[in-house]
Design a protein around this ligand. Structure first.
Ligand code: NAP
Length: 372
């Protein structure tokens, strides 16, 4: 028996606490990895502080975390893509409704991953850089490739140029830098937004044009850039991203569909305990009012909106399309890079709460990572 240690969430809105965890075994379609790097996400915080709302189905005690890279230590009897010792990155699925079990949370030293949500990584890619990928690429892929979202052609080596354009609002976020790369890899032109300091990054990732989302003329400028082009849809990421995307797509030819990643009101200020309900109810009220206003505006401009849930690809063809068919080769031959750049902010599971707090204060084109 080998030891396993986890950062537990004992109940809804509890503080994280380190403690022993059962050593997991690999069932059918699963592998177990020894964790080497974990990246933190806004979603981890939201599930901790607003689990009542975000993940009311979650079983406690829970282990959170989606982004993990490490070495394979066990494989299920029917697993064909991995062997013990392989270096991998995977989407840890503990908070997905269809999985909902602590063994699959990233915040522990040994994690169960689904074979079809795991990719081998090249020797040249450090675990900490790889750990930036899973939730960002998954959320972007849900938006771009699921049939009930943008339904783009799949990403592939030598994908034919479609001549169509995807708008990625919030291109320097983790989700956005993956959306830019995936859309380009699928044969689409990309127009993105970011702060000017991140324009070069997004051009390196393949965007043909990048605009400053804070510029008061940005809607007119992007609408002008899209004139005469066919849009394949938009991905709206970040606070206040949906309304300008509606206004832009409302002037465009093509698929007037926006996959939205961010609710219209922030839940960042909702504390886990004291003052929780007052701030949560206020945030819910702002979200409902914001959603109604956006729905009315979208209807008026003949644009469709749909909110992404970044783990739905686990249960459809998009998960294996990304983690099996596309990502391993694309990483190996450098067609795809782990982005945004990572900053290692600590070592050991105990460093995760501080990393989450740092994440709450804001990052720019940076993924915060803890090594193990
Ligand atoms: N629905 C889902 O399943 C799902 C899954 C994952 C994430 N999300 C949501 O998606 C959003 C991004 O998450 P993430 O982890 O990718 O974020 P992140 O990497 O932590 O985001 C940091 C970036 O946000 C950008 N940004 C800040 N304010 C913005 C705004 N008003 N408009 C556009 N960009 C802005 C900054 O860009 P500059 O520095 O260039 O200004 C910065 O680079 C969050 O709202 C998160 O909750 C949703």
């Amino acid at each position: 028996m080998t030891d396993n240690t986890a950062l537990w969430l004992s109940s809804k809105r509890a503080a994280f606490a380190l403690g022993p965890a059962p050593f997991p075994s690999a069932q059918s379609g699963e592998i177990v990895i020894r964790t080497r790097a974990i990246a933190v996400n806004p979603m981890d915080r939201l599930v901790q502080t607003s689990g009542d709302l975000m993940t009311p189905y979650l079983q406690y005690p829970a282990i959170l975390g989606s982004d993990v890279a490490g070495e394979v230590v066990a494989v299920g009897s029917d697993v064909t893509r991995f062997m013990v010792g392989d270096r991998v990155v995977g989407f840890a699925a503990s908070t997905d409704k269809t999985r909902n079990r602590p063994a699959e949370g990233a915040f522990q030293t040994h994690v169960v991953l689904l074979e079809h949500m795991t990719a081998a990584i090249p020797d040249a890619l450090a675990f900490e850089d790889a750990s930036a990928l899973p939730l960002g690429i998954s959320t972007a892929a849900c938006a771009l490739f699921q049939r009930d979202f943008l339904a783009l052609n799949p990403p592939a080596k030598g994908a034919l140029a479609t001549g169509q354009t995807v708008l990625v609002w919030g291109g320097s976020t983790s989700v956005g830098s993956n959306a830019v790369q995936l859309a380009v890899a699928a044969g689409y032109d990309v127009i993105a937004t970011a702060s000017p300091r991140n324009f070069d990054l997004l051009k390196r990732l393949g965007a043909t044009a990048v605009f400053d989302y804070r510029d008061p003329t940005v809607v007119a400028a992007i609408s002008a850039a899209l004139r005469g082009k066919t849009v394949a849809g938009a991905v709206a990421i970040g606070a206040g991203s949906v309304q300008p995307c509606i206004d832009i797509l409302g002037t465009c030819e093509g698929k007037r569909f926006i996959a939205t990643a961010t609710p219209p009101a922030s839940f960042d200020e909702v504390p886990a305990r004291r003052g929780h309900w007052r701030k949560l109810i206020a945030a819910i009220a702002r979200t409902v009012a914001g959603n109604i206003a956006l729905a009315v505006r979208a209807r008026r401009k003949k644009v469709t909106l749909k909110m992404i849930w970044g783990s739905t690809l686990i249960s459809n063809e998009v998960g294996p399309m990304i983690f099996d068919t596309f990502l391993p080769d694309a990483l190996a031959d450098g067609r795809y890079v782990a982005a945004p750049a990572v900053e290692v902010v600590g070592h050991g599971l105990a460093a995760i709460p501080a990393a989450l707090e740092r994440q709450r204060r804001g990052v720019s084109a940076t993924k915060l990572v803890v090594t193990l």
